[in-house]
Design a protein around this ligand. Structure first.
Ligand SMILES: *[C@@H]1O[C@H](CO)[C@@H](O)[C@H](O)[C@H]1NC(C)=O
Ligand SMILES: *[C@@H]1O[C@H](CO)[C@@H](O)[C@H](O)[C@H]1NC(C)=O
Ligand SMILES: *[C@@H]1O[C@H](CO)[C@@H](O)[C@H](O)[C@H]1NC(C)=O
Ligand SMILES: *[C@@H]1O[C@H](CO)[C@@H](O)[C@H](O)[C@H]1NC(C)=O
Ligand SMILES: *[C@@H]1O[C@H](CO)[C@@H](O)[C@H](O)[C@H]1NC(C)=O
Ligand SMILES: *[C@@H]1O[C@H](CO)[C@@H](O)[C@H](O)[C@H]1NC(C)=O
Length: 386
């Protein structure tokens, strides 16, 4: 009799486990159906996404095996092959979110400048120094500056787990990271930008302006606010897209280059005008236009060029801003310190700073004792010294 009872108990447990699995399958399938429908039912879903936890469970994007049939595929570098296999993937599960970053969608118009900083998980020191310097969340000239880092994942196995943990710990303290589960590689930066724009449409649609850039730039965000406030006819609801303007260039066809784009990825030999991805300013309106256009433009793995393509499709274009120096900085003489704060006080953005240089520069340009003989910017007048 005892033995029979034990068998009964075992059977009951087995049945329980089976039911649990069936239930889980049912829930998972429902999720997948929901995501598929989503593309068609944008507006209804806007309602549903008030509970944004759905974004945490996108099904894994399947490799497109037909990509291997593209002419010359086998001779392409591995990262290009990898790109072609995943070119159609635009959704990845979200790992970290800050849905209330802008105070909720309805209130997001209170955010004047949203800093959207591309950062891969390992760049802890860069994020830390930005939090203390130009990306500090604050009220400047009466308007709010907010900060968000956008990230994928790096490495595999335990390394990936550790880096994810790092971001999780940072998130607990700072609440400033959006992370999705895709590998944070150079050729995946376009995906990162599209995912951000989708997030923005959902969580921060009325932010006035954005600075979109890298985590290794020196950005004079105070000057940016003042410049944007000076645009009397644009409160963010009109087109603005400005930075280091690049025109009349096309894909680099040499396979050794970081920017290599073979004809299998883009046949045309020209790119539309675009702004260098190190850092550019855009309005909330233009961000929305770019996102809308991106839905019908095949992904090109160079993110800044892709933004230019989206603008071109909307009949809009990027503009040039003198203060954005992502392609180098002119210092008039070898006898001058290229890191003299007077060179940096008036600019908007300069590319490539190490964390320590950045920390020091931010403090030096805000030193009330700093005196710069005019002109302060060597690039507007090359004769005078600081
Ligand atoms: C959001 O949805 C998830 C799963 O559908 C549920 O577990 C969670 O409790 C919901 N959160 C809120 C705030 O409604
Ligand atoms: C690749 O092309 C060959 C020949 O056109 C075709 O038979 C095969 O089905 C294709 N493979 C894939 C995965 O599309
Ligand atoms: C898969 O790749 C082939 C070859 O480039 C392409 O024609 C097809 O549209 C791709 N499929 C998807 C779903 O993107
Ligand atoms: C946001 O605004 C819309 C339209 O005015 C309104 O229907 C909705 O209730 C608001 N949501 C919140 C959370 O206040
Ligand atoms: C982009 O990320 C996806 C998901 O992690 C990965 O499968 C793919 O290989 C990545 N693409 C490139 C070009 O790194
Ligand atoms: C982008 O598309 C959405 C949804 O269709 C729409 O509400 C929004 O106004 C569009 N944005 C712009 C700038 O046209």
């Amino acid at each position: 009799l005892k033995k029979n009872t034990r068998v009964n108990v075992l059977m009951a447990v087995a049945l329980g486990v089976l039911l649990l699995h069936l239930y889980k399958d049912f829930v998972d399938n429902k999720d997948i159906r929901f995501h598929t429908d989503r593309r068609e039912r944008h507006n209804q879903v806007r309602e549903a996404t008030k509970n944004s936890s759905y974004v945490f469970s996108w099904p894994r994007c399947q490799q497109n095996t037909s990509a291997a049939n593209i002419t010359g595929f086998s001779s392409l570098p591995n990262n290009i092959k990898d790109f072609l296999y995943h070119r159609h993937c635009r959704h990845f599960p979200m790992l970290l979110d800050v849905p209330d970053k802008c105070g909720g969608a309805n209130e997001s118009g209170d955010v004047f400048l949203l800093l959207v900083i591309k950062s891969s998980p390992a760049n802890y020191e860069r994020r830390e120094v930005l939090r203390k310097t130009w990306a500090k969340e604050r009220l400047h000239n009466g308007v709010w500056i907010r900060r968000i880092f956008i990230s994928g994942t790096s490495g595999g196995g335990f390394e990936k787990e550790r880096l994810n943990k790092l971001l999780e710990v940072e998130q607990r303290e700072h609440n400033d990271i959006l992370q999705w589960d895709f590998s944070d590689t150079f050729y995946n930066l376009t995906v990162k930008q599209i995912l951000f724009l989708e997030w923005m449409e959902r969580n921060c649609p009325n932010a006035r302006f954005l600075l979109n850039g890298d985590d290794d730039v020196f950005a004079n965000t105070g000057n940016m606010v003042e410049y944007l406030q000076s645009l009397k006819d644009n409160d963010g609801s009109k087109h603005l897209f400005t930075g280091h303007l690049i025109q009349n260039v096309g894909p680099i066809r040499s396979s050794g280059s970081k920017y290599f784009i073979p004809v299998q990825v883009q046949e045309s030999d020209s790119y539309p005008p675009y702004c260098g991805g190190g850092g550019f300013l855009l309005s909330g309106y233009s961000a929305s236009v770019i996102y809308n256009m991106s839905k019908s433009i095949t992904i090109l793995p160079i993110d800044d060029v892709y933004m230019g393509m989206c603008l071109a499709k909307a009949g809009l274009g990027p503009a040039s801003h003198m203060g954005v120096k992502t392609a180098g900085f002119y210092v008039p003489s070898k006898n001058l310190d290229e890191y003299h704060p007077c060179f940096y006080r008036e600019v908007l953005l300069v590319h490539r700073f190490l964390p320590a240089q950045l920390y020091l520069m931010w403090h030096r340009i805000h030193d009330p004792k700093l005196r710069c003989d005019p002109p302060k910017n060597p690039n507007t007048n090359k004769e005078r010294n600081p």
